[in-house]
Design a binder for this molecule. Structure first.
Ligand code: ACO
Length: 307
């Protein structure tokens, strides 16, 4: 009966075990997972663009090899996640259509431009650092295929974070001009990185249900705080200033206090009105159209070999 199925599902969630693709699940749970995993997959794919912008202008062969490897990893992450999402009964084609039609979201962070090579370092350090804070707990998410994809992704993300920090650490040991480039880049990316964790808990319509289902293990504000606490000492070690006058250690709380991001800017970016939204989608659509012959050839080949 439905009640028995629901009871079995609730028991799996209560003991923090995994739901697998063939298990019964409530329709709303399935829909929430499709929404979150698809959005995550799209973020990985769109996220190739800001850094891809610098591959042809890397300052050395070594930097180019690192950046190429990293951007290719993001493509791989997108593919693991689309595959995880397909186990919920949607196809990758459908998901890509929804992205291109603006009906599914991708992370706000990728709607900001990359204006200097320091941005490659800052994205690794702050953006991938924020991604790790958000994604490590997702390794224990209640849906098996998503959690297993996250384990691989997190290992690669920590390489991305380290390469970014190492690039910035090299630049700050360089000239005054290089140090200024690093600071300018950190000034632009700090607030958008804090926005990656989503709206404040009081304003997050999905959090309560997603946490009850064990899809999310921590709230948006908890993870944002964890990221700030982790990042401030790293900023000190680099010798850069984080652009928040309210940032200070609070001994009573045992955490750093920090100011609120500009939530109006966040709303505008997720509405489609960020600095690069139109460019990112136009670029993805063009790449998708230009790749149609590959999909057609693969489909024709599969039809021939299946016979
Ligand atoms: N960028 C774009 N949209 C966002 C962002 C963001 N930074 N934060 C929240 N939103 C959207 C939510 O998707 C939701 O819209 P929707 O209902 O249309 O999907 C709305 O804002 C309200 O937010 P919440 O109720 O807090 O949504 P949710 O519970 O899904 O939490 C979060 C948002 C934290 C981003 C969650 O979905 C998550 O952890 N996702 C997995 C991680 C991820 O997607 N990372 C991608 C970026 S990092 C990287 O890959 C390098």
């Amino acid at each position: 009966s439905d009640a028995a199925l629901q009871e079995a599902f609730d028991a799996v969630i209560a003991r923090h075990d995994r739901i697998e693709p063939r298990d019964w699940m409530p329709e709303a749970y399935r829909k929430t997972l499709v929404r979150q995993i698809a959005q995550h997959a799209h973020s990985e794919i769109i996220g190739m663009q800001p850094e891809g912008n610098w591959i042809g202008r890397a300052p050395s062969l070594r930097r180019k090899a690192i950046l190429l490897a990293k951007v290719q990893d993001e493509a791989g992450h997108g593919l693991y996640l689309y595959a995880a999402c397909e186990t919920l009964g949607v196809s990758r084609d459908e998901l890509v259509e929804l992205l291109l039609a603006g009906k599914q979201k991708y992370s706000s962070i990728f709607n900001y431009p990359t204006l200097s090579y320091a941005d490659v370092g800052t994205i690794g350090w702050l953006v991938d650092g924020a991604a790790i804070c958000n994604q490590v707990p997702l390794c224990r998410t209640s849906y098996g295929p998503y959690g297993r994809a996250m384990i691989r992704i997190c290992k690669e993300e920590s390489f991305h974070q380290r390469q970014g920090y190492e690039l910035l650490a090299t630049m700050v040991r360089g000239t005054d001009e290089q140090r200024a480039m690093v600071q300018e880049s950190v000034d632009r990316f700090w607030w958008p990185s804090l926005m990656m964790f989503g709206p404040p808990d009081t304003d997050s319509p999905n959090s309560a249900q997603s946490m009850a289902w064990g899809i999310k293990r921590n709230s948006n504000d908890e993870l944002r705080q964890k990221f700030v606490d982790m990042t401030v000492p790293q900023a000190d070690a680099l010798g850069v200033t984080l652009p928040d006058p309210a940032l200070r250690w609070n001994a009573a709380r045992g955490h750093y206090d920090f100011g609120p991001p500009d939530w109006d800017e966040f709303a505008a970016v997720i509405r489609g009105d960020g600095p690069c939204n139109a460019q990112r989608i136009a670029h993805r659509r063009a790449a998708h159209d230009e790749g149609s012959w590959v999909r057609e050839a693969a489909t024709a080949f599969a039809a021939r070999t299946e016979r």
